[in-house]
Each structure stands twice: as C-alpha cells, then as structure tokens.
Design a protein around this ligand. Structure first.
Ligand SMILES: [Zn+2]
Length: 328
C-alpha cells in the first residue's frame, strides 16, 4: 500500500467502528464521554473510550504496563494485531476505505453491522515475526551509493547495561540528561568496544533495539556494529520516538548523527528529531520520512559544513517536502 495520511485516517475512522470491526464493541456500555467496559488486552473492566477525542485508555493493568495502555486507532491495532504503526495504518485504511466511508466522526450510532466484517489478518498479526532473510552479501559499512543492502535489522536480544544518561560526559556533549534518558542513550560504563563512548540505541517501530552507535567525545569518532549485524540503510535513529510523539510536534528535524539529533532535541522542545547516518537515503528511509511527514508541516534538515553528501540528500528532500536547511 502506498502513502497513507495518518492524521486524516485518525480523524476519519471512529474508534467504536474499529472496535466493532473486532467484535469488541457490543460488550461496552455508554458513558458521558463515550464507552467503557472490559479491556481486550488485560481483561480488567477499566477500558474506556473517549469518542470526542477518538482515543482509548485502560486504567486497569495496562496502565503503566510495558505496552501502550492507551492511544488512538493506530495504537489500538498495533497492539491488538502485534504489528507496527505503519502496518496498523495500512490495515485500517484497507478495512475502512475512503470511498464507502461517510461516517459521521465518532457518532455512537455510527456502528453498523456492515462494519463488523471479519478483520483481515486479525488472527495472524505476525507482521513482525517472519524469519528475516539471510543476506547474500552483507553491506560494507558505512554503505555508500544507491546499492544498499536490503538486509533487515533484527532486534537485539540484549540491551547494554551501564548506560548512564545522567553523566557529565553526556551533558558536556550538549545533550540534556532527561533527553538522553528518554531515548535510552547515555555514557557507557561497561567494557568492550563501546567502553568510554556515549551510546545511542536505534529502535524499530515497536521500540525494540536494533543496534547501538557509540560516540567518543575525545576524538569525535563513531563506532557502529559490524555490517552484518546492523544495516543503517534499514534504520532511522529516533524513529520510534517520532512515531509516538505524544505532543505531535509539527517540525521533523532530520540530522546526520544521533548526537546531533539529541542535541537538537535538548535545545528545541517543539521539534522532534531523527537521524539518518548513511550517505544517501534508502527506500526505507524515504518511507519513514513520508510517514512522519504525513502528520507534520515542516522538515528541518541539519547537516555539518563538511558533510559532502548533504546537498544530494537535500535535493531529494526538496522534491518532496517544504524543507529548511541548516548547516551546523
Ligand atoms: Zn487493560
């Protein structure tokens, strides 16, 4: 499926209709704000739907749990079907096509039997658990040119321990400790190749860590995982946070390193940064940017003076978005 405008989709599909689609609407009872009833995730009776805001929330076990205990229609499908937000958007758009959708937004009566068709793939929801392809030829690091490997990144089965966000090295690098903490970044106090570096985890769209980049302030050097372990053409730093940006910041900031992204985040509270670390944009990168820009107006591109590829990337972006370019 091509481009989906998430903002429009969220405004267009009423949550009760979506619940009805799963056969979950009937058990709910009406409240002044919308509906309440049994939570489809934890089974508590504290599941609430606010029809005016078109959001759901569980005040039972889901609240404060590891997975999202509330959100919009995309969050619901992502959790119910165990798929990415992108896949959730794609499914909703398929279940509720625009041409036959003339729903009044969030009317309680809008739930019709017509919309209670069997959800396609609701039994499956295995979107992220397929075996990953074994690359025939791992990419050389860092990849250059347009012939990026299509190797998908596999979530790590570990997280680094001893990552200190509240560390003077982090602050000295221009990153606010709270910002570092929220991205899982920090000064690595452990042993190994990342010792003495500020580490930055790359997440997938479910928030799982794909790999770490390590920055050493002393010599400004970067350390990335081996090319057969991590493919930067299939990763965007900050993507998960941008996709789940509760404040819905209207400016997306594209940076060239995770460090630059978190520095920017530390200084500009109303912008949400990502970083793409390869020389050119891959198809994956373009898709991620397109999804993030569906909800936003402005794209700020920040690249250092000595970045020879910045102009090429800028050229690509200018054809698609309203871009402001800043040399850092
Ligand atoms: Zn719950």
């Amino acid at each position: 499926m091509g481009y989906i405008d998430w903002k429009k989709l969220k405004a267009r599909v009423p949550l009760p209709d979506l619940l009805a689609h799963y056969g979950l609407f009937e058990g709910l009872t009406a409240t002044p704000q919308g509906y309440e009833g049994t939570c489809p995730f934890c089974g508590s009776s504290a599941f609430k739907v606010n029809t005016e805001k078109n959001v759901w929330f569980c005040f039972g076990e889901c609240k404060g749990g590891e997975e999202k205990g509330g959100g919009n229609i995309l969050d619901f499908v992502a959790r119910k079907d165990r798929v990415s937000l992108k896949e959730a958007a794609s499914r909703i758009a398929t279940w509720f096509p625009t041409d036959k959708t003339v729903h009044e937004p969030t009317q309680k009566q809008a739930v019709t039997t017509e919309s209670r068709q069997e959800p396609a793939g609701a039994d499956g929801g295995q979107g992220n658990t397929e075996a990953l392809p074994t690359p025939e030829k791992p990419p050389t690091a860092p990849p250059s040119g347009s012939d990026f490997s299509a190797m998908e990144n596999k979530p790590l089965d570990f997280a680094l321990r001893g990552v200190a966000a509240f560390d003077e090295q982090v602050t000295a690098a221009g990153i606010a400790a709270v910002v570092a903490a929220s991205y899982g970044a920090g000064y690595f106090t452990g042993k190994g190749t990342m010792a003495g570096r500020i580490v930055f985890p790359f997440h997938d769209d479910l928030g799982r860590i794909l790999g770490y980049a390590g920055y050493r302030p002393a010599d400004h050097s970067w350390k990335y995982p081996a090319p057969d372990k991590f493919n930067p053409a299939q990763a965007v730093f900050g993507m998960y946070h941008a996709q789940n940006d509760e404040a819905e910041r209207d400016t997306l900031v594209l940076c060239r390193t995770p460090l630059a992204a978190l520095r920017h985040r530390s200084e500009h509270r109303m912008a949400i940064p990502i970083a793409i670390t390869t020389d050119t944009l891959s198809a994956f990168h373009r898709d991620v940017i397109a999804d993030l820009m569906a909800d936003r107006e402005k794209l700020l591109f920040v690249a250092p003076q000595d970045d020879p590829r910045a102009v090429d990337i800028l050229g690509e972006l200018l054809g698609l978005y309203f871009v402001k370019f800043v040399r850092s």
